[in-house]
Write a protein that binds this ligand. Structure first.
Ligand code: RUQ
Ligand code: CUA
Length: 663
């Protein structure tokens, strides 16, 4: 090992030098506050009662969720649970939602979300759905935004032959496909084999998932079987490059241990360019192999209840049998992000260990393919010559360039993780025109629409991993954070810091006008098709089926019907099917009972939600509404009497009325 390069040491060395530089040069003279523009407060001030200009959807990283913020205020508006159970409203616990978290590994109540992606029409964000990846147990979820206005997870598709679904859930310009990749190459199909046999035997599958334009339903159309590299990020072509998808890969060394050294040996790795229209053609010609693969497709059905379906195979295209479908573009060095500019001409790599930002030209790529300007091939996949596809290199981009977005006015903005800055540069001339420090260690950055053909180039959000010293200390673990930067002028101006929930890998934003009037207010009771719904309080009842007790319960300000239940026995499972009978905006009711082992429910007006409860010992158990819904919310309560298994107490419930109270 002696004498071999140690890039991580180099990185930390560089970081150390940089920080030292800050201490010596920066810190004593300049407080971070000096980067804030004088009129920052007025630019982010949204007066009480007024709305923000943009909805921003942030990944929650290891929280597994999506958060919704308003911009420019940075106010948290909502957490949308996606891959993690959420006891705040019963997501993943309730009978209606728990199937969304089923996988071929069983019930997986957690994941690591990275990249929210809003559906597109003609290359523009259209606000119908938001797709987001689960990195750990590979899945893609679809969240309804403006399609029904529900802001709710409706579908989760597991991705087989995949391990570490990172380059996801990026979409094509009309949402024909969302994609998934494999960050870790693995045996395909999965089987027991020595790790040492990695090279040449482990493979990476890239997945193309068809999205139904009417319903949003997802289905794996095909997978492409790639060499055993690590596939990192992706973006679709647009405009002239529509029909192509670009994936970065590192570890073209095919190392299986100490990747920080062994996967950083080569000067260049690749961006894989996939011609997906050609792939469709090969698929139609029957070139794909049907490969056995077990995976789950979970979705909320027409009546609002999540179902799980187990699927057993996928169609796999091997580049060997499909000439012209895949090319490699050499890209320095262990690239991370790959971003396509709004015109669709430039394909920008994020060379995290590179000293430049490499920019490829789509026109040159096409020409190089025509002229067979290859420098060789890897596992039968042609490698185009770097010089033949390169449009330019951005010099002096900061240390550790990761991700690039665009303002639609001819400029690109790149995040540099190690030097903690955002660098603005000009497309075409590649010159750096401005830079601004961010606090600290920025990963992604986001401009509303900044990875589409129509950016709204007014704000940029830097998504930072480290906040050391930026906020009041809260023990050893600090929040991660976002910083809002004004990019409307020539110079970038820092406006605002705000903490995020979990790790905000990436975010997307759209103008508020695109969604706000589509947001659902409540479900009409007559449209509630839930089999255990009641439409009025008089229908409230209990029913025994063996050891299962079904409670048909209504909730309306400010009582439950029934609110007295007797005849439940130890050993029973009680299903509380609670219908919120309100027909008004913003009146959810909660439901919780003493000792429940899962979570509360939060039932939106007009909807029915179910939670199961198995009491362990006899007693009288109170239940109550957990959401302060009216002046008499504290009165919104009831009791369940639980008797011993053999007890002779008949099952009964009441419909509370004034008479019954003896008044
Ligand atoms: S990744 S920075 Cu998924 Cu770039 Cu997080
Ligand atoms: Cu219903 Cu409080």
């Amino acid at each position: 090992m002696q004498g071999k390069p140690r890039p991580s040491w180099l990185l930390w060395g560089a970081l150390g030098l940089f920080c030292l530089g800050l201490v010596i040069v920066g810190c004593p003279k300049k407080s971070p506050v000096s980067h804030v523009s004088m009129d920052a407060a007025s630019k982010v001030y949204v007066p009480p009662g007024s709305y923000d200009e943009f909805y921003a959807f942030f990944s929650g990283g290891f929280s597994g969720q999506v958060t919704v913020y308003g911009l420019p205020s940075g106010r948290l508006l909502k957490i949308i649970p996606v891959f993690s159970q959420f006891p705040e409203n019963g997501y993943g616990y309730s009978e209606e939602t728990k199937h969304l978290l089923m996988t071929s590994h069983g019930f997986v109540p957690w994941d690591d979300t990275h990249h929210p992606e809003i559906s597109q029409t003609k290359g523009e964000l259209d606000g119908r759905w938001l797709f987001i990846n689960a990195n750990n147990t590979p899945r893609i979820a679809r969240v309804d935004l403006g399609h029904k206005g529900a802001f709710k997870t409706e579908e989760v598709l597991e991705i087989p032959n995949s391990a570490g679904n990172h380059a996801s859930a990026y979409t094509t310009e009309n949402t024909e496909y969302v994609v998934a990749d494999t960050r870790f190459s693995v045996p395909i199909p999965q089987r027991d084999m020595p790790i040492e046999s990695y090279k040449g035997n482990f493979k990476g599958a890239l997945s193309f998932i068809k999205v139904d334009p009417k319903t949003g339903h997802m289905e794996i159309a095909f997978q492409v079987l790639m060499p055993g590299f690590n596939y990192d990020l992706s973006h679709a072509g647009r405009g002239p490059s529509h029909g192509w998808f670009f994936f970065t890969c590192y570890n073209s060394e095919e190392a299986h241990t100490l990747l920080e050294v062994n996967a950083s040996m080569k000067d260049k790795d690749f961006i894989a360019a996939i011609d997906w229209r050609l792939a469709e053609k090969y698929l139609a010609e029957g070139k794909a192999k049907e490969v056995p693969a077990e995976y789950f497709h979970n979705y909320v059905d027409e009546i609002g209840i999540a179902k799980s379906e187990k699927l057993t195979s996928v169609k796999m295209l091997d580049p060997k049998d499909c000439p012209g479908m895949v090319y490699f573009l050499p890209t320095p060095k262990s690239p991370h992000g790959v971003d396509v500019d709004p015109t669709g001409e430039y394909i920008i790599g994020g060379g995290k260990l590179s000293t430049v930002i490499p920019v490829h030209s789509f026109t040159k790529m096409k020409k190089a393919i025509e002229e067979k300007a290859f420098e060789g091939e890897v596992y039968g996949i042609p490698v185009l010559r770097y010089e033949a596809v390169m449009a330019g290199e951005v010099k002096n981009p900061g240390l550790g360039p990761l991700h690039t977005e665009f303002d639609g006015k001819g400029y690109a903005y790149t995040s540099s993780f190690i030097s903690s800055e955002v660098v603005k540069w000009k497309l075409g001339t590649w010159e750096v025109v401005d830079r601004i420090p961010v606090y600290y260690s920025v990963g992604h950055l986001m401009i509303p629409g900044g990875d589409s053909s129509k950016p709204w180039g007014k704000y940029l959000v830097a998504l930072n991993k480290i906040t050391k010293d930026r906020y009041l200390p809260t023990g050893p673990e600090l929040c991660q954070s976002a910083q809002l930067i004004d990019i409307s002028g020539e110079k970038m101006k820092l406006l605002l810091d705000f903490p995020t929930t979990g790790e905000p890998h990436y975010a997307q934003a759209v103008p508020a006008a695109l969604l706000k009037d589509k947001s659902m207010k409540f479900q009409a009771l007559e449209d509630n098709k839930h089999p255990y719904a009641i439409k009025k309080r008089e229908e409230a009842r209990v029913k025994r089926e063996g050891d299962n007790v079904h409670v048909y319960m209504g909730a309306i300000r400010s009582h439950f019907a029934p609110d007295n239940i007797e005849g439940v026995k130890v050993g029973d499972t009680v299903y509380f099917h609670v219908t919120n009978l309100e027909q008004d905006w913003d009146v959810p009711h909660g439901f919780a009972i003493l000792g429940m082992n899962n979570s509360e429910l939060l039932i939106k007006p007009g909807e029915t939600e179910t939670i199961a409860w198995s009491p362990k010992k006899p007693g009288v158990y109170p239940f109550y509404c957990t959401d302060f819904c009216s002046a008499l919310h504290q009165e919104m309560q009831g009791y369940v009497r639980v008797s011993l298994k053999g007890a002779n107490v008949p099952l009964k419930s009441n419909i509370p009325s004034i008479q019954q109270e003896g008044m």
